[in-house]
Write a protein that binds this ligand. Structure first.
Ligand code: TEU
Length: 601
């Protein structure tokens, strides 16, 4: 049962009341209040009719983002790359992949952002390079090459029959093992992702300095405002290189995050990255922090005093529905609203009373669409659930990240689309692994999982209008991924002038979030009705406790009655926003997938 007392006590006990007063007196760093919008360059806007999005296309739509209320554009990798993993395999940090444009186009993009008071951040992908990067070509050329030690090379093991075996039994992210044999030098190299993505050896100081110079200073000096830091907690590996415990007896390969995640020198490396590079610029960093479920493990990364990262993406919530472990990622597990609440609560509250900061997001290029996963993309509920998600995200504490298309309620790809429409290396490898098992049930399970969770869903072309390919590219061109069948119904042109559209609602919510920043962006979070499996309700309050908002979100297809707790809590409060226009409120009800905010001020 919710009461006001624990909330008040919590402020004092944690010391956050004082911290709150202090914080409100000193100026906040710009990135806390920022709304950051992720652009996936291949799929945003094609300006030259080659079926791939490009930087010039993004520049042409900067006003669209500006009018939406975006402060910062995060551009996913646009660097030179063989595209084994859509640019997360970089072969030259200082060149731009030709289909995306040139370094000068990035200069134009910086100018387009800065001239509107916006900022630009890039993806920093420095756990690994492409195997085509000059550093790796040199490293693999001979054991005596000066760059040999820039990657992680190990000799083979041999079993009793004398068969060659990799150094460990670790499973890689994209199925298969983490080691690939190199004929020339007769050793294995490590890759946590695809064999095309060899891991850099951060133990080597010259390698680290080359990363700082090549991948960071080069772009910061051109005016880039920071980085989304890819796979940030995997730079430091344990150096014993021992087998992982067998948790999947049916596989040769075992998950081993304890061997290569949050390793012994990770905090040292991040502090060095700050003192050598980031401290010299007004740059923001948001790190991608997987495999770290305990807030105690996350805090050191985001505590201001530690000078490591400004904030991180913690993945508990976005991983809802994925199978446990690595091999079963695409074995869909139905989840409960109470699990979602637990995750949201944990990652909202973990910074209270600390000098750390958090993020708010429910989509990115590695996951299915939020409206299809957390809402309902059927014709009946698509619009209301997309708005409910907007309301949810806009009222949470932390820096808010939106993914392209979220603001118009883009959905997962149609379930009928065959496996051939899935282009992602991870989808393809998991499907192939299932096929190799020759187990029809497993194949069906993986396909069903991909239909909900695949990274492909978010990579479909952006839906600008009702013309061919949703206006993403020229009519006579085949885009690199097929446009969704629903683009005539869901697109920007249809929504931009309509005040009742999902897009207009997002615009309104982003503004409202800033107008009530002390409550929504910086406030405390208190869960209400923790056990309720239908309605997600919470109280946001300003740090001084003077302003309170009650947010209620219906995550079901049913019209529900408000609980006694919520009814009591909102007594005398003013309705600030509601997604649904029916008369449900007068009867103490909340429509399917509807949301509301009440405030006491
Ligand atoms: O992802 C890192 C990562 O480990 C996961 O979060 C990712 O979602 C993947 O699906 C794991 O199963 C980052 C990028 O976001 C991703 O697109 C890249 O493929 C990956 O790094 C490798 O660079």
């Amino acid at each position: 049962m919710f009461s006001e007392k624990p909330l008040e006590q919590n402020f004092h006990a944690s010391g956050s009341l004082n911290a709150g007063i202090m914080i409100s007196k000193v100026s906040q760093p710009w990135w806390k209040d920022a709304t950051i919008y992720q652009v996936y360059p291949a799929s945003f806007k094609d300006s030259n009719g080659d079926g791939w999005g490009d930087i010039a296309g993004l520049v042409s739509e900067i006003d669209y983002l500006h009018q939406l209320g975006v402060d910062v554009v995060w551009l996913s990798p646009m660097f030179e790359s063989p595209q084994a993993d859509m640019g997360y395999d970089i072969s030259d940090y200082q060149k731009v992949y030709a289909a995306y444009g040139t370094v000068e186009d990035v200069d134009d993009l910086i100018e387009a952002c800065h001239s509107r008071g916006m900022r630009l951040i890039l993806d920093l992908v420095v756990n690994h390079t492409s195997k085509e990067h000059e550093w790796f070509r040199e490293s693999r050329s001979s054991k005596n090459n000066p760059k040999r030690d820039w990657y992680i090379w190990k000799p083979p093991r041999y079993d009793e029959e004398g068969n060659r075996k990799p150094p460990t039994n670790w499973r890689s992210y994209f199925a298969g093992g983490t080691w690939t044999w190199d004929e020339t030098t007769q050793e294995y190299y490590l890759h946590l992702y695809a064999p095309d993505q060899p891991d850099l050896n951060w133990e080597n100081g010259a390698c680290r300095r080359a990363i700082y110079d090549n991948a960071m200073r080069f772009w910061l000096d051109r005016g880039v405002d920071g980085f989304r830091v890819d796979t940030v907690n995997k730079y430091s590996k344990r150096t014993e290189f021992v087998d992982a415990i067998v948790s999947d007896p049916n596989s040769e390969w075992q998950p081993a995050p304890e061997q290569w995640c949050n390793g012994p020198r990770i905090h040292e490396f991040l502090k060095e990255m700050n003192s050598e590079v980031l401290d010299h610029y007004d740059a923001v960093t948001v790190g991608e922090l997987s495999n770290t479920p305990d807030p105690k493990g996350v805090l050191p990364y985001v505590s201001a005093a530690e000078k490591e990262l400004n904030m991180v993406f913690q993945f508990d919530m976005i991983r809802l529905g994925t199978g446990d472990g690595f091999g079963s990622k695409y074995e869909f597990q139905p989840w409960k609203l109470t699990q979602l609440k637990t995750f949201v609560e944990r990652w909202q509250k973990f910074i209270e009373g600390t000098d750390g900061w958090t993020t708010v997001f429910c989509e990115n290029h590695d996951n299915g669409r939020a409206v299809s996963r957390f809402g309902n993309d059927s014709a009946e509920y698509w619009e209301t659930s997309a708005k409910m998600i907007a309301l949810w995200q806009a009222t949470l504490t932390g820096t808010l990240f939106l993914y392209q298309g979220q603001e118009i309620g883009m959905t997962n790809m149609p379930k009928e689309w065959p496996i051939e429409e899935y282009k992602d290396i991870e989808s393809k490898n998991f499907y192939r692994e299932a096929e190799e098992s020759r187990d029809p049930k497993r194949i069906a399970r993986i396909m069903q999982g991909l239909q909900i969770l695949a990274r492909d869903h978010s990579r479909l072309p952006f839906q600008w209008d009702g013309s061919a390919h949703g206006g993403f590219t020229s009519a006579n061109v085949e885009p690199w991924m097929k446009a969704h069948d629903n683009y005539p119904r869901i697109n920007v042109a249809k929504q931009v002038q309509n005040p009742a559209s999902v897009l207009s609602f997002y615009r309104r919510m982003l503004k409202l979030r800033k107008d009530h920043a002390d409550v929504f962006i910086h406030g405390t979070f208190e869960l209400v009705d923790a056990k309720d499996e239908k309605v997600f309700s919470y109280v946001k309050a300003s740090f001084d406790g003077r302003k309170r908002a009650v947010v209620i979100l219906n995550f079901t297809e049913e019209r529900v009655a408000l609980s006694k707790t919520v009814t009591a809590l909102t007594m005398g409060y003013r309705l600030l926003v509601e997604t649904s226009t029916s008369d449900a409120r007068e009867d103490g009800l909340l429509d399917a997938y509807a949301g509301r905010i009440y405030v006491d001020y």
